[in-house]
Every structure is written in C-alpha cells, then in structure tokens.
Design a protein around this ligand. Structure first.
Ligand code: ADP
Ligand code: MG
Length: 337
C-alpha cells in the first residue's frame, strides 16, 4: 500500500478505537484466516464473582448443605445445616476462610473474587504467613489455622496443583464437573498438615464470569467472512467448552488447559499448516502468543505487556471490533490498489 493508503486506514481505524501499529499490520490484517480468542477478559468480562462453596466431610462427600451460595442468598441468621457442633464453625465458611486467606496473596482475578466473596459474607479473611503463586495452577500458602495459632499449608487451585502436591482430587470429581458444566471455574481447596505432611481435600470454591454481550455476534461476524474462530485458555476443558458454546465456537476449536508458557506454542501449532492467525488477548499470559501470531490484537483495558506485544489495540474492549479491524484493512487496501 502507498503511504497515503496506510494513513487513511490507520486514521479510519483510530476513529473506531482500532489502533494499528503501522502500515504493515494494516496490510496483514485482511489476510487473517483464523482468529484465536483468549477466554478470560477477552470473550468474557474478566470480572469474576464467587458463586459456590462446597465443603467435604472426611470421606470426601459433599456436606448436605452442598453450596453455601444458596444459604447466603437467604437469611444470614438461619442455622446452617452443615455446621459442626464441635467447633460451632460452619464448614463452608471455614473452607472459604482458608481459601480467601491463601488467595489474599494473589492478584489473579479468580483470587480477588474469592477474597471479595468471603469479605462480603462477613468472613474474617486473614493474610497468609507464606505465599507461593503457581502459574496456571493456583496458590500454595501457609495460613494460621484458627484461634489456636497453629499454622497449616493450604492449596487452592486446579486438579494438577493437588496431584503435584500428592493429594488425590478424585473425591471432588462430581462436584467439580457439575460446576464446570455450568461454565464456572471450580477450584479445589486442600490442606497439608505440617506435622504429618498428609494432605486432605476440604472443599471446592467456584467463580463465574459473564460472557461479553457482543461476543457471540463477534464470532458470527467473523465466521460470515469465512474466518475460522478458535478459543484458547488456561481454564479446564469443561468450563471452556461451556463458554465456547455460549458464543458459538465449535468444541473442536477449543484449546483448553494451556499453560501460560505454552500459549505461544499453541499459536505456532495452529499456524504450522500455513494459517494466518490473529490472536486476541488481554493478559500478561497472552503476550508471547500475541507476538508470534500473524497479527496480535490486544484488548485496550488489558495489561500493558499485552498491548506492547500486540500489533493492534482495541480501545473499546469490544470483541466486535476484531471483525472491524479486518474489515478496515480489507476496505482501505482494496480501494487504493
Ligand atoms: P486463564 O488463561 O483463563 O487466564 P490461568 O492460566 O491464569 O487462566 O489459570 C489456569 C487455571 O489455573 C485456572 O483456571 C485455575 O483453575 C487455576 N488458577 C490459576 N490461578 C489461580 C489462583 N490464584 N487460585 C486458584 N486457581 C488458580
Ligand atoms: Mg485473559
């Protein structure tokens, strides 16, 4: 394209909040044949909310109350069916207190929702004594057990986090699967005894995120242009598929449980057969994938790292602007040819 065409295209883009980083990007965008969306914060709002808390008894069975969320909706003064007569502490509240205290050390949206959910239900959230973030898996923290001052190690995260720490997540399978098929991110809560080093599954907490209102329209606008639409996420397969279904992405186009450091490899694999992929993402995790994609597109409200790595930035955070970026590229270059 001529410098004049580039100027026109970038100016039109800017008017729509679509910022192209230079003329070559503007030129490439029209040739994109595959769009890969990150899930959290890109197709969804990325504003998680705590929705469920399930406590397990010693045999790993969910306690009769099932989910404290139901109880919270009602009268807070009602006695909980799951409360433990020995400690007078409600088991769901204790699961949530331990999870929230452990997560207080994390900046992850999943973690913030757990802490806020606990606080809004008047649970006394402490600070962890020690804290370790396990990227793509969860957190590991040392938390004061209760009034006694005894410390215990608490794990909050996915199945892999528990397995890697020698705890079998399978007693929670049914609960996890139920929550995940609702599109929620379910996280296991476990404790490891400091004395015996023995792990025990305590419960499950779940966060839900809402799909952006225009996400489904964005997917169909791209498909109408003959573009293949895919989704990539660190979240588990079941949750990912439930969200994909809501926005109209085919299940076989979902790449789930992709570790942060593997996202760029996943894009390279998609491009290996000659595809020209646009990766759309918002997170620090997405930056390497944005960099290797034929076109990297960042959500304007996303992290600076993502914006720096990307070729295009969408200032309005609207997934529909992905199709707009491609249309602008197409239109400007055709007219001027
Ligand atoms: P995404 O790609 O959706 O942003 P991440 O790669 O950050 O996801 O995390 C992948 C998975 O690891 C999450 O779905 C969750 O199960 C688990 N996880 C990550 N961080 C945390 C955390 N702070 N607390 C609990 N679980 C976590
Ligand atoms: Mg994201």
């Amino acid at each position: 394209a001529t410098p004049a065409a580039t100027m026109v295209g970038t100016t039109i883009g800017a008017g729509h909040g679509v910022l192209f980083k230079g003329g070559d990007v503007l030129e490439r965008a029209k040739d994109v044949d595959t769009v890969v969306f990150d899930k959290t914060g890109t197709l969804t709002e990325g504003e998680m909310e705590l929705t469920d808390v399930v406590a397990f008894d010693r045999d790993g069975e969910p306690l009769p109350d099932g989910g404290a969320a139901q109880r919270w909706e009602g009268d807070d003064d009602l006695p909980s069916p799951g409360s433990d007569p020995d400690t007078d502490r409600n088991p769901e509240d204790e699961v949530l207190r331990l999870a929230a205290t452990a997560e207080r050390g994390s900046e992850h949206p999943l973690a913030r929702a757990i802490v806020e959910g606990a606080e809004s239900h008047r649970i006394d959230v402490g600070s962890p004594d020690e804290f370790e973030n396990v990227p793509g898996q969860g957190v590991r923290a040392t938390v004061a057990s209760d009034g006694s001052g005894e410390a215990t190690e608490v794990l909050v995260g996915n199945r892999k986090l528990l397995r890697d720490n020698g705890i079998d997540p399978s007693p929670a399978a049914e609960t996890m699967e139920r929550l995940e098929s609702e599109g929620k991110t379910a996280m296991l809560v476990a404790r490891v005894s400091a004395d015996t080093n023995e792990g025990r599954l305590l419960g499950v907490v779940a966060d839900a995120d809402t799909v952006k209102p225009s996400a489904a329209d964005a997917v169909s606008a791209l498909r109408d242009r003959g573009i293949d639409v895919m989704m990539i996420t660190g979240d588990n397969e079941r949750t990912a598929r439930a969200v994909a279904e809501q926005v109209g992405i085919d299940p076989e186009n979902v790449r789930a449980e992709v570790l942060p450091e593997d996202k760029s490899d996943a894009i390279e694999a998609i491009q290996a057969d000659g595809r020209q992929a646009m990766m759309v993402g918002d997170g620090v995790n997405d930056a390497p994938a944005l960099a290797v994609a034929y076109v990297g597109t960042a959500i304007g409200s996303g992290t600076d790292v993502a914006i720096e790595a990307a070729d295009v930035t969408l200032m309005r955070d609207d997934p529909l602007d992905v199709a707009k970026a491609i249309r602008i590229s197409d239109a400007t270059l055709q007219k001027i040819k």
